[in-house]
Structures are given as structure tokens and as C-alpha cells.
Design a protein around this ligand. Structure first.
Ligand SMILES: [Zn+2]
Length: 103
């Protein structure tokens, strides 16, 4: 069988890790997340799209374990995009938060 696998975590809307050590396994007819700690396949679907749709309806999402928590340096809400400054490691979710700091 031809498949790809990827280390992954699953977190809920408030950032709690539902799966701490998981592996995303993806092949032609299968897309599933294996939970290493519990030793079972937690989510079994046929496509990645189906998997991520099912996760998002449960307010869950997949997360790269290497990905640092992206919290706004000003209001501390979790952010998916915004302004990041490599120089001092700060990041801001919106122009509003950014201008509070640089004025
Ligand atoms: Zn903010």
C-alpha cells in the first residue's frame, strides 16, 4: 500500500490537545489519524477533505506539533493570520492590536 504519514496533533477550539501524539495517514482510499498513546485509529475517513470537515464540525483542528502557538502578543487570542515580527518574536492578530503597541 502506498501511503504518506505525518506527525500531527489534534486540538479543540480552546487549544486543548485531544490527540497529543498522532500520525496522519493518507493513502488513495483512506485518510485517518492514528493516536499513538491510545494505540488506535481515532478518525477514519476516505479523503483529507472529509476528515477536516468532520473535525471542524466538532470544533477540532489538526495542528503541526512543530507549529508554535500563535497567540496575539496584545490580546492573547489564538490567531491564524496576522502580523509577525521575526526580530522580537511578537505577533498581532489585527491592525488594532498592532497600533496599540507601535503608537
Ligand atoms: Zn490581538
Amino acid at each position: 500500500m502506498n501511503f504518506r504519514s505525518l506527525d500531527i496533533q489534534v486540538v479543540d477550539g480552546s487549544g486543548v490537545k485531544v490527540i497529543q501524539n498522532g500520525i496522519l495517514v493518507e493513502s488513495v482510499e483512506l485518510c485517518t489519524i492514528y493516536d499513538i498513546d491510545k494505540e488506535h485509529f481515532k478518525y477514519v475517513y476516505t479523503t483529507r477533505f472529509e476528515l477536516s470537515t468532520a473535525l471542524s464540525t466538532q470544533d477540532l483542528r489538526m495542528k503541526d506539533p512543530e507549529e508554535e502557538e500563535r497567540l496575539c502578543s496584545e490580546c492573547h487570542t489564538s490567531m491564524r493570520e496576522g502580523f509577525c515580527f521575526e526580530s522580537d518574536g511578537t505577533k498581532y492578530c489585527s491592525v488594532e492590536c498592532l497600533t496599540k503597541v507601535i503608537t
